[in-house]
Write a protein that binds this ligand. Structure first.
Ligand code: NAP
Length: 245
């Protein structure tokens, strides 16, 4: 009997990637993780871990595994992987969907300062506060390493690697985080500025910052390449059903 099961490769490392893998009943699902964290939350179905070796490696994988559709469900800031997905889909003809949760929108009471990247965030930070809750993930911490005038409470899943700021306390933790917990953290450490990427999703820290009047340095998402996009699991499933018949 020929294998007629439709096969999708999900580039993951996000809640959306895991949820989509679980929502594709009747599909053969392969999830791909970069391998950055030592104890990742695992999606259901087949799993592969580690880089593909650039665009050519990903294109070869799509061909070798006879992948029918590719979903880039990586984090909105994983711009290199997204760019590779767009290029590999173009060379192989495999349909690509980018699945992204929506970015955050400021509400009344918010004091947000939007910046285009980590470098501008580091330059702007000392004017906003000197007791910083830094939630950019461990790869973002190095950008603030030279700011001796600021004290940092940095939260990440894995410990950061040098360079790191001189005055730094690390909290190793993984979300979701509650409003109550975030309020406790801000108050206990006398935080007077929050730094975050515009990741989207549950946002206890933003509500906590609003509640205690702490300004937020919000790092904008990198630009999205031209590609079909969805922002919910349901619309991604619907797209897949049409893209691969
Ligand atoms: P990136 O800079 O866009 O990608 C760098 C390289 O890592 C890619 O060229 C690729 O290597 C490999 N890679 C990335 N995602 C992969 C995946 N899902 N499967 C296989 N290889 C992958 O990515 P990043 O920002 O370091 O993020 C790495 C992973 O962490 C992503 O899966 C992302 O969803 C997750 N994540 C990132 C953030 C963030 O803030 N950036 C936050 C939460 C989770 P090759 O070129 O060798 O294929």
């Amino acid at each position: 009997m020929p294998d007629v099961t439709r096969r999708v490769l999900i580039l993951g490392g996000t809640t959306e990637g895991r949820l989509l893998a679980g929502a594709l009943d009747g599909w053969s699902v392969i999830s791909s993780l970069a391998g950055r964290t030592s104890r990742p939350l695992l999606p259901p179905g087949e799993l592969r871990i580690g880089g593909f070796g650039g665009v050519d490696g990903l294109a070869a994988y799509l061909r070798d595994r006879r992948v029918d559709a590719l979903v880039d469900a990586t984090h909105p800031f994983a711009a290199t992987m997204t760019g590779h997905a767009v290029a590999a889909a173009a060379t192989t003809g495999v349909p690509l969907l980018v699945l992204r949760r929506p970015g955050w929108v400021a509400e009344p009471g918010d004091d947000w300062h939007r910046v285009p990247d980590l470098g501008v965030a580091a330059a702007r930070l000392p004017r906003l506060g000197d007791r910083v809750f830094l939630t950019t993930g461990r790869q973002g911490i190095a950008a603030f390493a030279a700011l001796d005038e600021c004290w940092f409470l940095a939260r990440s899943v894995e410990p950061p690697v040098p360079p790191v700021p001189k005055r730094l306390e690390i909290v190793l933790d993984r979300g979701p985080f509650t409003l109550e917990g975030e309020l406790r953290l801000l108050r206990a450490h006398g935080v007077n500025v929050l730094v975050t990427k515009d990741s989207g999703g549950p946002s206890g820290k933003l509500a906590a910052a609003r509640a205690v009047g702490v300004p937020v340095l919000m790092i904008d998402r990198p630009p999205m390449p031209e590609a079909p996009a969805a922002d919910t699991i349901e619309s991604a499933v619907a797209w897949l059903k049409v893209a691969v018949r």
